[in-house]
Design a protein around this ligand. Sequence first.
Ligand SMILES: Cc1cc2nc3c(=O)[nH]c(=O)nc-3n(C[C@H](O)[C@H](O)[C@H](O)COP(=O)(O)O)c2cc1C
Length: 181
Amino acid sequence: MNFLDLVKQRQSVRRYSPRKVEKEKLERCLEAARLAPSASNSQPWTFIVVDDPELKERVARQTYDNLMSFNKFVSQAPVIVVFVIEKPKIITRIGSKIKSLDYPLIDIGISSEHFCLQATDEGLGTCMIGWFNEKPIKMLLNIPQNRKIGLLATLGYPIENYKQREKIRKSFDEVVRYNSY
Ligand SMILES: Cc1cc2nc3c(=O)[nH]c(=O)nc-3n(C[C@H](O)[C@H](O)[C@H](O)COP(=O)(O)O)c2cc1C
């Protein structure tokens, strides 16, 4: 597939079929994430695959509650991947401070998008999840206290006939400038 077509095809999938995700497909998505660029090549990430149904449900339950129920679909996805932010190299940490830029957070964003694009290419659906209760998920998955979760992503086959939506985006002219703000 042409790359821009792949980008257009990737969309947040919020309804999943119970069909199991093949391990080779899952691991190609993780490989794409692993190969992502990062500041000073720090690769400040660990990807935790949560596919044990009971554990997965307990993690999913930390992304919604009765009041904030928009992430209820997370329970439907056969796999949840947790993107843990690792400590970057010292050079990146110093650079982050000097330049006031959270390089590891940028890095985790890039790697998770690699993951999602590869999933799209595999015919799978994903949704990045930034609304979650970090502390209980860290406890459930034995993530050390001094680590941070950057993001979660759901992974699975979309339900049959899941609609490809039109992209709702600011216009090209609104976001692109040449040579001056
Ligand atoms: C950092 C981040 C956090 C997100 N968190 C959530 C979330 O908690 N729940 C959800 O349903 N979608 C979440 N999304 C998905 C966005 O809503 C979605 O990407 C956006 O509306 C554009 O739609 P599209 O992905 O279908 O192109 C998140 C996306 C990003 C990049």
